[in-house]
Design a protein around this ligand. Structure first.
Ligand code: AMP
Length: 396
């Protein structure tokens, strides 16, 4: 796996695809610059070598139409602030004007190209468009994990025009290493903790991770389908009735793979999907009529914590309850705390591909986990065992 560390960029123009699809307020000011900060190490490595950087990214969904709203000119100062250097901007991503700016770029300088998605050819993965983009640099670097699951012109198709001179940026490499650590090279015992709303969206992940994990902890709304499948009484909890057999077959497959499965033994249930409803803590398999399970209970949190504290590698995908409501966030917080303690004991933990990332960020749990993925869909597909087009194009 070649990264920017395998190249010397001295005197070279690096054409780097990043994901600067940052959130903005109504005045188009950047409200969260995490994505720019994440790409900084890669850009700095290139500049420190004595190279120059041509940045490509998309912003929003302009659907192939140029517009002021989605112009990257609004983020130039924000990018410059993070990188601590002036950033030049050109109001297109291909063509004569761009060529002039790229040719004039000196070592140590940074040029930001206009929004790639002003061309519909970008998302269509158009080869001619990719070739035109490829003229903007000597070495192609992909550091856009957030779009690596898309076979777009700038994320995948372009790589063929750099047969020898293509590599991963440090962020993308870190994401791939984190997945590899969890699914292949992680120190045992390996524990996956899955939550979120539905079993149906997690089946492929479960299938893919079963051979790699020692323990599988299931919480969140998806747990009740398993409990009902085993004959439990779940009140009006979230349940996919057409997935009961599937839930049983997952449990069977886990057994075949010698995976210990932990389902919640108790549940914090409410009589309405509201923070201030009537709340009861009950056994998960005996939830009263008219009540729905909205969080794992304290006994479950204790059992899950013990498993996590014995784990050396942890994957966390999905919240354990409706964490958006304070009264049902306790279970998810307990799991975040347990992962934090496990980290202090030397465990590696990856949080990715679901609302657990939102939980971690909103509640200041970043320091309690080893790695928080920057790519929702891309991380989900990686955990499903798919080779992402943006990754395959570099490995090819
Ligand atoms: P996902 O995108 O699959 O990770 O699902 C995340 C969502 O699942 C969050 O918005 C949670 O509020 C929701 N969720 C977690 N536990 C439950 C539950 N017991 N009942 C209903 N929704 C839940």
């Amino acid at each position: 796996m070649k990264t920017v560390n395998d190249f010397n960029f001295s005197g070279k123009k690096a054409l780097i695809r990043v994901d600067f699809n940052v959130p903005q307020d109504e005045n188009l000011n950047i409200t969260d610059n995490t994505r720019i900060v994440s790409a900084k190490p890669t850009i700095e490595k290139i500049l420190n070598d004595g190279g120059s950087v041509v940045i490509m990214t998309h912003l929003g969904r302009p659907d192939g139409e140029a517009s002021d709203k989605y112009s990257l000119k609004h983020i130039v100062s924000g990018v410059s602030e993070v990188l601590g250097k002036p950033v030049k901007f050109v109001s297109d991503c291909i063509g004569e004007e761009v060529k002039k700016e790229v040719d004039a770029l000196k070592n140590g300088e940074i040029l930001l190209l206009e929004n790639l998605r002003f061309y519909k050819e970008e998302t269509k993965g158009d080869k001619e468009f990719a070739e035109k983009l490829s003229e903007n640099g000597d070495i192609y670097v992909n550091d856009a994990f957030g779009t690596a699951h898309r076979a777009h012109a700038s994320t995948a198709v372009i790589a063929q025009f750099f047969p020898e001179n293509k590599c991963f940026g440090l962020l993308l490499a870190k994401e791939l290493e984190a997945v590899d650590k969890v699914l292949k090279s992680g120190e045992k015992p390996v524990t996956a903790i899955l939550g979120g709303s539905k079993v149906s969206t997690k089946i492929t992940i479960i299938d893919n991770i079963l051979p790699a994990v020692d323990n599988l902890i299931i919480g969140g709304g998806m747990a009740y389908t398993f409990i009902k499948a085993q004959g439990g009484k779940i009140g009006i909890s979230l349940c996919e009735d057409d997935k009961l057999d599937l839930a049983l077959s997952i449990l069977e497959k886990a057994k075949e793979n010698n995976v210990d499965v932990y389902l919640p033994v108790d549940t914090v249930a409410g009589d309405d999907f509201k923070n201030d409803c009537n709340i009861k803590t009950v056994p998960t398999n005996d939830i009263p009529d008219g009540f729905e399970g909205l969080d794992i209970g304290p006994k479950s949190a204790q059992i899950f914590t013990e498993v996590l504290l014995q784990s050396k590698t942890i994957l966390w995908n999905g919240p354990l309850g409706v964490f958006e409501m304070e009264n049902f966030a306790t279970g998810t917080k307990a799991i975040g705390d347990a992962i934090g303690k496990a980290k202090n004991n030397g465990a590696f933990s990856l949080v990715g591909g679901g609302d657990s990332v939102a939980f971690v960020k909103q509640n200041g749990y970043e320091d309690k986990v080893s790695y928080v993925s920057t790519g929702g869909g891309a991380m989900l597909e990686s955990l499903e065992g798919k080779i992402l087009p943006g990754v395959a194009a570099i490995l090819d």
